[in-house]
Unconditional design. Sequence first.
Lengths: 460, 460
Amino acid sequence: MAEPKEPTAALFGIKPRTGRLMLIQPRTLKGFRDYPPALMIPREGLLEKARRTFRSYGFAPIDTPALEYAEILTGKGGDESDKQLYRFKDHGDRDVALRFDLTVPFARFAAENIGQLGTPFKRYAMGPVWRGENTQRGRYREFWQCDFDTIGTTSNASDIEIVLVIHDLMRSLGLERFRIHVNNRMVLNGLLEEIGLAGKTTDALRALDKLAKVGRDGVLAELGEKGVAAEAGNKLLDLAQVQGTNDEILAHLERDFGGNAKTAEGIRRLRELLGVVRTAGIDDARLRLDVAIARGLDYYTGTIYETFLDDLPTIGSVCSGGRYDNLAGLYTKQQLPGVGASLGLDRLIAALEELKMLPNVATPAPVLMVQFQAEYLGRYQAMARTLRAEGIGVEVYPEPKKIGAQLQYAEKRGFRLALIAGAEEFEKGVWKLKNLAAREEKTVAAGEVADAIRPALAGG
Amino acid sequence: MAEPKEPTAALFGIKPRTGRLMLIQPRTLKGFRDYPPALMIPREGLLEKARRTFRSYGFAPIDTPALEYAEILTGKGGDESDKQLYRFKDHGDRDVALRFDLTVPFARFAAENIGQLGTPFKRYAMGPVWRGENTQRGRYREFWQCDFDTIGTTSNASDIEIVLVIHDLMRSLGLERFRIHVNNRMVLNGLLEEIGLAGKTTDALRALDKLAKVGRDGVLAELGEKGVAAEAGNKLLDLAQVQGTNDEILAHLERDFGGNAKTAEGIRRLRELLGVVRTAGIDDARLRLDVAIARGLDYYTGTIYETFLDDLPTIGSVCSGGRYDNLAGLYTKQQLPGVGASLGLDRLIAALEELKMLPNVATPAPVLMVQFQAEYLGRYQAMARTLRAEGIGVEVYPEPKKIGAQLQYAEKRGFRLALIAGAEEFEKGVWKLKNLAAREEKTVAAGEVADAIRPALAGG
């Protein structure tokens, strides 16, 4: 900052420092980061669009504390998750920890409150979580999660709705080229039961994972070691390789894999999902049946979802989730089945950045009101208030500096328009409106400033 | 939750539990609380209105980590504040702590980043802070703060703008009967210098505080003990008792108290503030010059603000702040003067609740789409999507339960309208629209549902 030039500077004690003070080094912890406006404006924009979408479907916001009793959080995500917990003793010598996700606190919340809230219960939650992870992988130790779920019902209507929410969410972010991959774990799980591999999902998937590397025979050999007969192993391989259009896949599944109640129900649910999504008016190309996705090896038991961007397939799924049998079994005897998904916030922001869909601005207001002559501050703020009431953000520059300096500030921050008026303009009842990118200036009657600004902001 | 009645329940493993499982008691820490939808919907609404107002003035969002090096946070708010810190060793044996406010992290942030960001810099920040306070006072150990500041300038234009922001913020919340009290500490501080009490603000204010109890003579006696002559003491008492309309107070101050450069500048700034606020079109009654407010004994050095609700004067100020000489002196030699204020979020929510200005709802969507016949789920979602595209939130009930049960759910959650259609309605191309509060039902053509809903939602 330049030394303030106001005559009152001395009154505010502004004077060169002697530097004898012991300064504390201003720094953030390893794995943590600040969000300056250029990072925070896109994050807020994304959260706001997500909130609006969730609400429009009747998902209600909830929040839970950052700190929980450690016993609530431990043992939920495996050993690694426990090691990453920020865990300590509080003032009352309680064993406490910072939440590492939003699902475990939601389970605790549901166990405690569902009696009063009633079911079905639809909620979304957004907030920071903390994991003392190895930062070498480029991960942060504090990051945001953004979850939405419907609990207390096994109805397929809720599973189907998740697809609609993801669809609307992507489009609200301006994304058109995306694909929601859908599968139903009941098909695989039913088949595994049928071939005597019930509960051995991990073994089966691990063997199937090697398909590309070792071929069908290699997989069959590995399955054979687990006691799976060749016929059963072949059926499992057939399922893993079902491909085609959505309708072809459904027909194929129904013909070859609907042999028991569980697989049949899984297939029925997928067919219903496709039908309802079509009737609801969603482009068929947006949805892809994909028997290869099997996320959350044990947790998910029904429909599962992943969302990929056509232009950035390598970044992975930006919105994923699925149906689970019981949310809160560790805290209550009441069974709470549910279905939900989680938005990959950081991944989405990175994607939008790479697709050049994020405005590179450090100001949430598009218009800078130049403070040309200090004595007109009231009139500058009066016009600014008129524009704000019309939904146009206006920042009034706080000092009557040279116009050049104020416009430089405007360009650096990413303002798009500047308004300028002095004695001459006020006498004529006009304002100068400057388009900063186009470097154009026009003179506008005072009553028409908002109308002149709107098209300039719409175009870009 | 009732046992799910779907025929597929068994497939999802829904069965009575034996209860042999050791359950973990679901509970929150003392001093912490969950926000269910009925609490969270108002909080989100308030934050959203605040965000919109801040942005419309060009304040940009920033965020800083919840955890900081303990040395950044200690010694900033006095001994009590240090004792309340949630402080512990992290995985790397670093001495870390959870932030107890948003000001200290902002100071650290500014010291680290202001060179790159440039000045003036306007930011807002919203987020949870943690204090291990005694909960007997009805305080929570986790609560939200909501701050906005302009730093890097001493210009009075920034001080004045804070008043405009508070004004717009209150009105955006639907509040009309409020008063922003404004003072300038330069007047008191200048006078204290004049009478030889420079730096002894606390002593002087403590003596003045007893005015009502001990009268002028009592205060003069106490000031006398501190070596203040009767004449000087009388002048201080006169200042503390200046009253009248805003214009009367200004005239009185200018006549009797503008004797040195500091008091004169303070008075000039107050006069300019009043003038600009008027020219900007704000009702004069909204602003009150109040020489009695002196918040933040040492921190604030210029304009100060408090905001009171006419109908709830006892709850205290709902938005307060002021001008300070230097934000980040502990971390950098660069002097960063600034001005800002903080929204009392919990206090405001309590006030709006007491004024019955909060809708008592647990759903963010006003319309429930009844699932009357499961086979029409696609058509229900199609109509819901049409309405959502028009900005009307619609929740589709996930199960084809009896209409009575679905309407009961709707009333319990606070839905205002319900839409119902079955084979008969689809044949005729109509929908039944039920107004839940008025217990009225009408039949609407499919193409006119949005138009029929809008007035029903506007009226209430």
